[in-house]
Design a protein around this ligand. Structure first.
Ligand code: ZN
Ligand code: ZN
Length: 335
């Protein structure tokens, strides 16, 4: 198996075309996975358009893969042929730096993104390091699990990293691909959940995902009515907000945690932090063990991303649907 066939962009912003690539021998620590489902993440769109710089063409997007192991390198550990697995944002890390040896593989300076140094999952097959090829637990819904592997771990990571308690009051800014999963995870975690959305039509749906309260995210006066109340405010949007009003919603020792790729700098006045000992932070995805824990938790609580299915062959239509802001709330391609 030295070639793969996938949907590739030949240059920035080009439509994807079915293309076959020679990928050479499977590396000793690599695993080859046949793709059954692949979610579409907003970062696939950003990378197709080279919005962050550094995209390499021809470029096959896709980093929310659910599939089966079809080939194992000689030194690939812990997996078997035919096993159901998932691959998310990261395809490999160095495994010997301090972050990797400390269990913080997602912070490895040498980590390679699934769509950064590899061909991604909008394809018949893809490859990743064995440690980043995560076994799927029994009971997980395969068709909707893809988005958990990037978006799901991204929104659950702060709960793991900061030991968020079920008694915590949590706000989620933006009810989209990431945010709707954040609401579901926070509710299952046991927290009181406030959803912030600019789309009035999403309010009832946010409640159906588990939100106890919905606040208009573009209404600074409405935001101010819950000033000083939240222990964790998870920012999943990628656009500028009334940051001062949002920081004001934090309780003493509260934390605003950013997982949305907001390209404009976020102003943080010193006094909004000092007086109440607040914190502002961010994080990227999670380690392989974080991802496995997240999947176990999702399976146990039947947390399913709300997805729209498209056949892989309609990937360009699916990408346009996402670009138009019409995805409710995540798109999965079926191979
Ligand atoms: Zn992603
Ligand atoms: Zn490393």
């Amino acid at each position: 198996m030295s070639s793969i066939t996938g949907w590739a962009a030949s240059a920035a912003g080009q439509p994807l075309k079915l293309t076959t690539f020679d990928v050479g021998e499977l590396g000793a620590e690599e695993v080859e996975v046949a793709v059954d489902y692949c979610g579409i993440c907003h970062s696939d769109l950003s990378m197709i358009g080279n919005e962050w710089g550094g995209s390499r063409y021809p470029f096959i997007p896709g980093h929310e893969v659910v599939g089966r192991v079809v080939a194992l390198g000689a030194q690939a550990k812990g997996l078997s042929i035919g096993q159901r697995v998932g691959i998310g944002w990261t395809a490999e890390s160095c495994m010997h730096c301090r972050p990797c040896l400390s269990g913080d593989h997602n912070l490895c300076a040498q980590s390679v993104a699934t769509i950064g140094g590899h061909h991604g999952g909008f394809a018949d097959r893809l490859r990743a390091h064995w440690a980043w090829t995560i076994p799927l637990p029994e009971g997980i819904d395969l068709a909707s699990a893809g988005p958990l592997l990037c978006g799901g771990i991204t929104v659950l990571k702060p709960f793991l990293a900061y030991d968020i308690k079920p008694t915590a009051r949590v706000g989620v800014v933006g009810i989209g691909g990431l945010g709707h999963m954040a609401v579901k995870f926070a509710a299952a975690w046991g927290c009181e959940v406030t959803a912030f959305t600019s789309t009035a039509a999403k309010a009832d749906e946010a409640r159906s995902f588990g939100a106890h309260r919905v606040v208009a995210s573009r209404d600074s006066d409405a935001i101010k009515t819950i000033a000083g109340s939240l222990d964790l405010l998870l920012v999943t949007v990628n656009v500028a907000m009334d940051w001062n009003a949002l920081l004001g919603t934090l309780a003493p020792k509260g934390r605003m945690h950013v997982v949305g790729a907001v390209l404009e700098p976020i102003p943080v006045p010193a006094f909004s932090l000092i007086g109440k000992q607040r914190e502002v932070s961010g994080s990227p995805t999670g380690s392989p063990v974080d991802i496995a824990r997240m999947l176990d938790f999702a399976a146990r609580h039947d947390i399913r991303p709300q997805v729209e299915m498209f056949p892989l062959a309609q990937v360009n239509e699916a990408l346009q649907h996402l670009a138009d802001g019409k995805a409710r709330y995540r798109i999965v391609l079926q191979a």
